[in-house]
Design a protein. Structure first.
Length: 471
């Protein structure tokens, strides 16, 4: 049963429900995979094998009364910026070293109530402000496809754990691509939901102010069927979360999904993508046409302006949010976070008038873009300009042009500013054999549409495990 850790979460749950495997046996298989691979990958912020074994034995003892719960016995992980009772949630920072929440975030509580077995919390860049996972607290996390490359950020530990079979599924968070870029880098699936569809209460730092629009907790797994399962468990109104709307979960038929015209584009004509990325978008478009969808070239006109506003809120407001916390403790900050602060400091000063005007402009631009999307309520496009990069790289040559660090991930920034649900599905490969994902996006609150169409694309291509994940 050593390869069971690379089975989908849905399949692992089938094995548990038919008593083909016990919770203890499945947990032990994951512990062995963690102990074998984590020394090289450095995925975990908190993992205690004996505590996992103890919880697994309790699950087996409860099996007669709790086995009908939808995630019963499934080994999962949580990004260490999402409060998880009894486990370190330090946001990758020495300033939060050793912090252990007394209560679960709402999404974590829902996973526990569904019967999931939480293995541990996973590494992230300090204060989540980077596209690679490295910090002074736990060090660098590596990509299971190539140890010289990053699994992305800020949910990089989570993506690496899932891709390598160290976790069946888990929770990340995304304010600028942070569940989508890592999924793209490691060859797994993910969803950045509409903010509030999965409650954000308990995320560290809180999803407040502009981050209530930009940010969301999102599920990550090896298949879209698994992500869809997780979304069904995690979604639902939270009366104490002001971003949480009472939107019921829907099950859409294939005909309902096919009623959506899909607009696709290979790039935004401002920043290039690799030839293999173009190929992945076109391959996904062909698969959807084969499945009976109308797929036509289309690109919204407001993308660059949306990204400029994303920059103001994520980079400039993000730096201001942390200013009081880090004052006087700058020597304890990691180089990767100091780099972010330097980027923010290089931007023009953000005045009160400038912020107010930007906030109003964002609402107007969102309205214009959503109006454009009435004709194409689903978009298919790249996740990023490049696949997983080597640790420390900050620019790349793409089609004879230099692509700078934050420009490379612009393809994810738009949809944070739009507050739109966006999925990632692995489709292609780079010349080095690295995964390349595509992004499938729907209008706000149409998460089920994005999930359903992404599931069709995933069925056409499917998960491929990194070679080092095989026992």
């Amino acid at each position: 049963m050593s390869d069971v850790v690379l089975e989908s979460a849905v399949r692992q749950l089938e094995l548990l429900s038919t008593k083909t495997i016990s919770v203890t046996e499945l947990a032990e298989a994951h512990i062995r995979q963690i102990e074998r691979l984590n020394p090289d990958l450095n995925v975990f912020a908190d993992f205690d094998a004996e505590k996992v074994r103890e919880r697994a034995r309790l699950h087996d003892a409860w099996r007669g009364t709790h086995a009908r719960r939808p995630l019963f016995g499934l080994p999962v992980t949580v990004k260490s910026s999402i409060a998880t009772r009894g486990m370190k949630c330090e946001i990758g920072s020495l300033l939060h070293k050793g912090e252990i929440p007394a209560h679960d975030a709402v999404a974590v509580a829902r996973m526990r109530a569904a019967g999931a077995l939480i293995l541990g919390t996973t590494n992230c860049p300090e204060f989540l402000m980077a596209y690679e996972t490295d910090n002074l607290l736990h060090g660098v996390t590596r990509n299971p496809w190539d140890l010289e490359r990053t699994p992305g950020g800020s949910s990089g530990g989570e993506s690496a754990a899932i891709a390598a079979g160290m976790s069946a599924a888990g929770l990340g968070s995304d304010s600028g691509g942070s569940v989508r870029v890592p999924a793209h880098f490691t060859g797994i699936c993910s969803l950045k939901p509409t903010p509030g569809r999965i409650p954000g209460r308990g995320h560290l730092p809180p999803c407040v102010g502009p981050f209530q629009i930009l940010g969301a907790i999102g599920p990550m797994a090896r298949t879209m069927a698994d992500v869809k399962l997780m979304f069904g468990v995690l979604s639902g109104h939270d009366p104490a979360d002001p971003a949480s709307a009472p939107v019921p979960l829907r099950e859409l038929s294939l005909d309902q999904l096919r009623s959506n015209r899909i607009g696709y584009f290979e790039d935004d004509e401002l920043v290039p993508v690799t030839a293999e990325t173009r190929g992945a978008v076109n391959a996904a478009a062909a698969a959807l046409r084969e499945a009976g969808f109308r797929v036509e070239p289309f690109r919204p006109t407001m993308l660059e302006t949306l990204r400029q506003l994303w920059w103001k809120f994520f980079v400039q407001c993000g730096a201001k949010f942390y200013a009081s916390e880090i004052r006087g403790r700058e020597d304890e900050l990691s180089p990767i976070f100091k780099e972010f602060l330097g980027i923010a400091a290089g931007a023009p000063a953000l005045t009160a008038d400038g912020l107010l005007n930007a906030w109003a402009e964002l609402d107007l631009l969102r309205a214009k873009t959503l109006e454009e999307m009435r004709g194409f309520p689903v978009l298919l496009c790249p996740v990023a300009s490049v696949p997983a990069f080597r640790h420390g790289e900050r620019s790349w040559d793409v089609e004879g042009r230099t692509v700078e660090y934050l420009d490379a991930w612009r393809y994810s920034h738009w949809f944070n500013a739009l507050a739109a649900p966006a999925t990632v599905v692995p489709v292609g490969r780079s010349p080095e054999g690295l995964p390349i994902g595509v992004q499938i996006v729907a209008r706000p609150y149409e998460d089920e549409t994005a999930l359903g169409i992404a599931e069709i694309v995933d069925a056409a291509f499917g998960f491929r495990e990194p070679p080092m994940a095989l026992g």
